[in-house]
Write a protein that binds this ligand. Structure first.
Ligand code: HEM
Length: 523
């Protein structure tokens, strides 16, 4: 018995030791978080990840469910990442323009993408961000971006090409009748064309839709996105795993693709530099930036690397977002034939039988415009706005938000808040119309820095989306043109190989799953 004693004591210590550590950790954690917003229970190392993952595999949905329990300002620890999540319109309004949260989180795969430096517009901070953002908005505006008349010309030219391209696809698709085709609907139908609109405003050049260079750029960007989704979240929650297993987490692939995209952009810039008149007679955003570089070759902001990253930002933020939204619109209008019928009815009543659709016609197309707004709400394309970071400790409501905390604004939760939208799970463009059938300006007439309107798909505050006006105008013009000539119906269940689904694919933004539908040419 005497001999057994030390062994028993050791065994007891071994059992008690982890128990003690756990107790210590819980007390310590509780003490540290006393003044933080409420949130789900935390485990050592994992934080609340298991609780979050149990809710849904879409982070925005999971966080929205937890916000119903813990409140619209919620603290969530996810692995190594500490975040405060804002899930209602009121809460978002309190934070989106807060002077302490203008900066983005530059960590994980974002830091890799930006070469661990302050680069470009989307993921940059401080004076550099302000200078580049202001320059970008002003210069793009000078080239027609956001100016209705010039955007109209560019979009209409690209739409003509798009219709030619779509008609070819239509004619070569599966059919058993002259006017009907069975087609796969996905963002790919639109992405070359919508990228062309953006790229033309940025580079001054128009590409044919089959252009191999633009296709190559889009392909690289898609490969980058799919590599990022594998390791994207891990790179924030468990960054060390990306250091230890760069192949498995997708980090090596992401870095490879981003380098290739940057190389492509460098070549594009050099092509512009070879045209002597770029400074004297600038024809594009790139030309004006190059002229600015020439003014002071040692300028820390206006240099080749910053130009590359600004172009990368415009491309990544603008190329897929418009085509994904268009594919979502086709999905929602296929699943809601009564709404599609109303869309057609308004188009037929308002639009002349020939001639082009212009952005000016928006005011005559309230139902179509309301449909666009409902598509933006229902798709919530960027469900969690790119994270901001608290620059210092500060107080909000009665809570302390610590320096370095990620500020997550759950745009999807805001768009599906039952207290605001009454029946948020229903696709109903009419919600954006007044009793007189006009677009309800109180709900969605934005570019609103104070974020008073309830539709917040483009974020808000000082970091509100730079491309909002281009995106809204071009999406509306593409939608109205498409539905002027075509109708989409759901296939019978036994014919549907790819069923329409409301569950999105999560990349850097949401995209709809490809689905098969009957596309009918209108008489
Ligand atoms: C349906 C289309 C689009 C959606 C839903 C969308 C959404 C967003 C959102 C949510 C943000 C973050 C705003 C915030 O932090 O409060 C953002 C930022 C940004 N977007 Fe868009 N966007 C779209 C199209 C575009 C287009 C076409 C461009 C190209 C010009 C663009 C360029 C940018 C840029 C440069 C930023 C960074 C702004 C900054 O950090 O200062 N976006 N966008």
């Amino acid at each position: 018995m005497k001999n057994c004693l030390p062994g028993m004591i050791n065994a007891c210590i071994l059992c008690i030791y982890p128990y003690n550590i756990s107790i210590w950790w819980v007390l310590e954690d509780r003490h540290r978080c006393t003044h933080f917003p409420p949130g789900p229970a935390r485990l050592p190392l994992l934080g609340s990840l298991l609780t979050i993952l149990r809710q849904s595999n879409l982070p925005a949905l999971a966080l929205a469910k937890l916000a119903k329990i813990y409140g619209d300002v919620m603290y969530a620890k996810m692995g190594m990442m500490e975040a405060v999540v804002f899930s209602s319109h009121d809460a978002a309004k309190e934070i989106i323009n807060h002077e302490k949260v203008n900066d983005r989180v530059i960590a994980g795969f974002i830091a890799d993408r930006n070469m661990h430096q302050n680069m470009g517009v989307i993921f940059s901070v401080g004076d550099l961000w302000q200078t580049l953002r202001r320059f970008t908005i002003r210069t793009l505006r000078d080239f027609g971006f956001g100016k209705t008349a010039s955007m109209d010309i560019v979009i209409n030219e690209e739409l003509t090409k798009f219709l030619g391209y779509f008609n070819k696809k239509f004619n070569s698709s599966r059919t058993n009748q002259q006017q009907h085709r069975i087609m796969v609907i996905s963002p790919e139908l639109f992405d070359l064309s919508t990228t062309n609109v953006l790229w033309r405003l940025v580079t001054g050049k128009s590409y044919e839709l089959g252009n191999t260079r633009l296709k190559h750029l889009l392909k690289l960007s898609h490969k980058y996105v799919s590599a990022a989704t594998n390791g994207g979240d891990i790179s924030f929650t468990f960054p060390l795993l990306c250091d230890w297993f760069p192949e498995w987490t997708g980090r090596n692939r992401q870095n490879k693709y981003i380098q290739k995209i940057c190389q492509f952009l460098r070549e594009t810039i050099n092509e512009h530099r070879q045209i002597d008149s770029y400074a004297g007679d600038p024809q594009s955003f790139i030309d004006v930036f190059l002229a600015k570089i020439d003014e002071n070759p040692k300028d820390p902001i206006f240099n080749d690397d910053q130009l590359i990253y600004t172009l990368l930002d415009l491309f990544q933020a603008g190329a897929d977002t418009s085509s994904n939204t268009l594919a979502f619109a086709l999905l929602f209008l296929t699943l809601n034939p009564d709404k599609q019928a109303k869309f057609h009815e308004e188009l037929d009543a308002v639009l002349p039988t020939d001639g082009v659709i212009t952005a000016e016609m928006k005011s005559k197309l309230p139902y179509c415009t309301a449909t666009l707004f409902e598509v933006l709400r229902f798709s919530s394309l960027a469900p969690l706005s790119p994270n901001r970071e608290a620059a210092e400790d500060f107080k909000l409501r009665n809570f302390i938000i610590k320096k370095g905390t990620s500020i997550v604004i759950n745009l999807q939760a805001i768009h599906f808040d039952e207290n605001v939208w009454k029946d948020p799970q229903v696709f109903r463009p009419e919600r954006f119309l007044t009793k007189d059938g006009e677009v309800d300006k109180a709900l969605a007439f934005h570019c609103d820095k104070a974020m008073t309107d309830l539709l917040v798909g483009f974020g808000g505050g000082r970091r509100v989306c730079v491309g909002q006006q281009l995106a809204e105008t071009s999406i509306l013009m593409y939608l109205t043109t498409f539905f002027r000539y075509f109708k989409i119906e759901r296939l019978a269940a036994d014919q549907e190989k790819l069923t329409p689904s409301l569950v999105p694919v999560l990349g850097l933004a949401y995209s709809p799953r490809p689905f098969e539908a009957k596309v009918i040419r209108r008489g």
